[in-house]
Design a protein around this ligand. Structure first.
Ligand code: BGC
Length: 766
């Protein structure tokens, strides 16, 4: 489908928060869309709808790219003038956006403003860490503030709609899009979904300096078979509701204005033509009231899937299933008129699709304020508060995976340092997939040079890595992959790296993946370190020099060897614009890492899918004899979900439940004391897990049901409180076909990761 793409789609190789609220009070912010009642919105919608011709209605359900499609295709400007386009995607050119919006609101008959949609996923100009990294912060407040800044940058630029948040649960790290979401857990995923929607949109649509969000990809996309992007998903209803839908529910409860339907088959019916999914589940059960946009070209794809008979049938099936707007494929634009005129498609179906789109446009306030704010754009995009916020966010997102004998933090008295790795000096790769406007970023090498201006810092690439096939959009433009460094040269690079290591007091070895190796259409068959990085790693470690591994990657990788041989490993994911500085902050102890893994970290690709909240088995894996173990390898992951170290140590004690028995409609309070026992300040993410011991269905061994990231000064002690009520205890029972809280016994654990040992129990009565 990307073959048809004509507009810019930039993959840039893909949060001073206190000052943030002040930065929102710019003069441009002084308007506010008054909150409109449902009946006021409905009145305005009906008034418009009553005046619309068939073509104008079809226009509202059509999203076009910024350029003409095909050599003789209609120009978007002409379509807009005729009222035959309701939205434009993939442009961030403010002048072009302004021109198109002026055509819509001045030259089209009904003057209905356009929605300009773009993937503002983890920042607009100031790029925050990738979503998987932001989830590693376990700090929804920070995530909300970050997305509010991204929304502000987008809105002054004229982009009033973001295709985020992406909330797909991912249990298989081969799937490249794991980097775009919050990982494997429905509870953490729901917290991140809510935070992002509130950040993008504010407390309601029409909040000044925000945009409308689009929660995606509805739904189950992360369960792609074999981790292959776009591949079919088979998800039983109980798993779907208990795991995959929970973050969507959170986004909808937070008021998300639009939902993006997914590409793939869900239980043999394409998600973008799936009436059960888009109506029964989305609108009836989850209570969604905005409008549905298809994923790019997904309506046309209904025919490609072998589901629709052809494009006309695809238009019919998409619209009747509940996809209000067709992203990019022009299938609605081309076929809906004929469907209505022939009587096959009742005009009431079209009207309903249009109503929901108009209602969002009205609530968003774009009839009153259709444009970006050119006078503010430069100031907002270059706001030092935003840039500083990306550094803070990156520091809060890194996860310290290993730190034997306090190898970290490094001493600032180091006179020499070797920085080695194929992307260690890249100011592009460090931003990860989905970066919008290209602002300058700080590479790891630059960050370390900034931190130690007087030290001798020597950089050596040490080799290379590359995707095997170009990104589809690059291929469409005839772009070839840059050639991989020839083998002989790679061997020389390893030799140079070894020499540089020998000359230096310590080594920072930056390993991982190019940004294009994760994200869309970037699945991998193996989690191995790509290119010659494993050889590089072993050769550098063999020098005997103190080595710190820093990972830049979009998924857990096979780092088993490193975990056995390198004293310190820091997971930085793709940390964004200020990434290099943030990594240096952590390596030299100016920031104490407090991030935790939002995914289970497997030891080997063959362990996939890997997730902590699995059910108990007939022969549990920690038993003897017949167990659910692999016969040829360890079963346990390398690092458990929720795991991450700190430069200090925390002691959790005194787990208290205020009641040991509650009614199904009741709630109990859990408290725990957390003490920083080390010599430096640090953050601990206190995590609460439960397990229902018996019931109408087998329940997961553990499920996250509460967390809080707290900061503790050296020696400080705090009490953290959680509450467990219906929301936390309920599950969708395959027997009852309903949400139930069952009268059973429950375990509760609290700790710093999903292996927490501090334990108590309670009972739910009838
Ligand atoms: C992706 C979506 C994205 C859309 C628009 C699609 O290929 O699957 O996540 O929002 O393109 O860029």
């Amino acid at each position: 489908m990307h073959r048809l793409l004509t507009g810019p789609r930039q993959f840039g190789g893909a949060a001073a928060l206190l000052l943030f609220s002040m930065s929102l009070l710019s003069p441009a912010a002084l308007f506010a869309q008054p909150s409109l009642s449902d009946s006021q919105v409905a009145g305005r919608v009906e008034a418009l709808l009553g005046q619309m011709t068939l073509d104008e209605k079809i226009g509202q359900i059509t999203q076009v790219g910024p350029g003409a499609i095909g050599p003789n295709g209609p120009k978007p400007e002409d379509l807009i003038r005729q009222g035959r386009a309701g939205s434009v995607l993939w442009t961030i050119d403010s002048a072009q956006i302004r021109k198109m919006q002026e055509i819509a609101v001045k030259e089209s008959r009904l003057k209905i403003p356009l929605l300009f949609g773009f993937d503002v996923i983890h920042g607009y100009k100031n790029i925050f860490p990738v979503p998987l990294a932001m989830a590693s912060s376990w700090d929804p407040g920070m995530v909300e503030r970050a997305q509010a800044m991204a929304a502000h940058e987008a809105s002054v630029s004229g982009v009033n709609w973001t295709f985020g948040p992406m909330v797909d649960i991912a249990r298989d790290a081969r799937w490249g899009r794991i980097v775009e979401g919050a990982g494997e857990d429905p509870y953490l995923g729901a917290a991140m979904a809510r935070a992002q929607v509130l950040g993008f949109q504010g407390p309601r649509l029409g909040t000044p300096n925000r945009v409308v969000g689009s929660v995606k990809h509805f739904a189950g996309y992360g369960a792609a078979e074999g981790g292959r992007d776009y591949d079919g998903c088979y998800i039983p209803e109980e798993l779907f509701r208990n795991v995959y839908l929970r973050p969507f529910q959170a986004a909808i409860d937070a008021g998300v204005g639009t939902v993006m339907s997914a590409y793939m088959d869900l239980n043999d019916v394409p998600a973008s033509g799936n009436k059960w999914l888009l109506q029964d589940i989305l609108r009836r059960d989850l209570g969604f009231r905005g409008f549905v946009i298809s994923d790019a070209w997904a309506v046309a794809s209904l025919a490609v899937h072998g589901y629709a008979r052809g494009p006309e049938d695809a238009a019919y099936r998409g619209l009747t299933a509940g996809v209000n707007m067709d992203m990019g494929s022009q299938t609605y634009l081309t076929h809906v008129a004929k469907l209505v005129e022939s009587g096959k498609l009742p005009v009431s179906v079209l009207d309903q699709a249009v109503r929901e789109i108009l209602a969002v446009k009205i609530r968003l306030g774009i009839f009153e304020h259709p444009y970006g704010d050119p006078a503010e754009k430069d100031k907002v995009l270059n706001d030092p508060v935003h840039r500083a916020a990306t550094r803070t966010a990156a520091g809060r997102s890194v996860v310290l995976l290993r730190n034997e004998n306090n190898a970290l933090p490094l001493k600032k008295t180091l006179a020499s340092l070797a920085v080695i790795g194929p992307i260690a000096d890249s100011a592009e790769e460090i931003k990860g997939s989905w970066s919008v406007e290209q602002g300058p970023a700080v590479s790891v090498v630059e960050g370390l040079r900034n931190k130690l201006p007087n030290a001798r810092i020597e950089f050596v690439r040490g080799g290379d890595m590359q995707r095997l096939v170009p990104m589809p959009w690059d291929a469409a433009e005839g772009k070839k992959l840059p050639p991989l460094m020839p083998e002989a040269e790679m061997r020389k690079e390893v030799e140079h790296a070894v020499e540089a290591a020998q000359r230096a007091e310590a080594v920072v070895l930056v390993l991982g993946e190019r940004a294009s190796m994760s994200g869309e259409a970037a699945s991998r068959v193996s989690l191995s370190l790509p290119g010659n990085q494993q050889q590089l790693l072993e050769a550098v470690v063999a020098t005997g020099k103190p080595v710190v591994v820093v990972l830049l990657n979009g998924r857990p990788l096979d780092i088993g060897w490193a975990a056995g041989h390198v004293p310190a490993i820091l997971e930085a994911w793709y940390p964004g614009t200020e990434g290099g500085n943030a990594i240096a902050d952590v390596l030299f102890g100016d920031v104490n890492p407090g991030g935790k893994l939002p995914v289970t970290w497997p030891r080997a690709t063959g362990q996939l899918p890997a997730y902590y909240n699995h059910n108990l088995t007939h022969f549990p894996e920690d038993g003897e004899g017949f167990t659910s173990r692999y016969g040829d390898f360890v079963t346990a992951p390398l690092y458990p979900f929720g795991y991450g170290l700190s430069y200090t140590t925390f002691r959790l004690s005194n787990l208290q439940l205020d009641q040991k028995s509650i009614a199904a409609s009741g709630a109990l309070h859990v408290s725990v004391e957390v003490e920083n026992q080390g010599a430096v300040a640090g953050d601990e993410v206190v995590q609460l897990y439960i397990h229902q011991r018996a019931g109408s269905a087998s329940r997961p061994v553990r499920e996250l049901k509460g967390f809080e990231r707290i900061a503790l000064a050296a020696g400080e002690k705090k009490t953290v409180r959680f509450s467990l009520g219906r929301e936390e205890l309920k599950f969708w029972s395959p027997e009852a076909k309903a949400w139930v809280v069952e009268p059973e016994e429950f375990d509760v654990w609290i700790g710093g990761d999903s292996k927490a040992t501090l334990h108590s129990e309670f009972r739910v009565t009838q």
